[in-house]
Design a protein around this ligand. Sequence first.
Ligand code: 5GP
Ligand code: ZN
Length: 113
Amino acid sequence: MNDSNCIFCKIATGEIPAKVVAESKHAIAFHDISPAQPVHVLVIPREHHSNVAELSFADPEALVDLMQLGSRIAAEHTTGAFRFTFNTGAEAGQTVFHAHGHVLSKNPKIQID
Ligand code: 5GP
Ligand code: ZN
């Protein structure tokens, strides 16, 4: 179920645009609107869960799918050096209360055409 007031639910349904990088059965990945590092992709579950801890208990299959999507993006977009972080709780820096992982890297993979 989705939350009508949640910005990431609106991105998941396409109501609000985002630069989508990849999708999977349970998750969507898109570029962070305000990148903190050269690679900064957010990975969210399609369904609304307030944070990663809740997601882990409510839908572990979706969490594994989300982790695999983020890991695949990291392999494709970085040299292999990256962080995959989940801020959980306002005091820990969470500002959007729809579970999301940040794939962050200072080491983008250089594409040679
Ligand atoms: P948090 O601080 O909750 O861990 O991360 C929320 C992230 O979502 C921030 O890095 C912020 O830049 C990003 N963000 C917030 N609103 C939007 C949006 O509308 N579109 C995109 N692409 N990113 C957003
Ligand atoms: Zn949501």
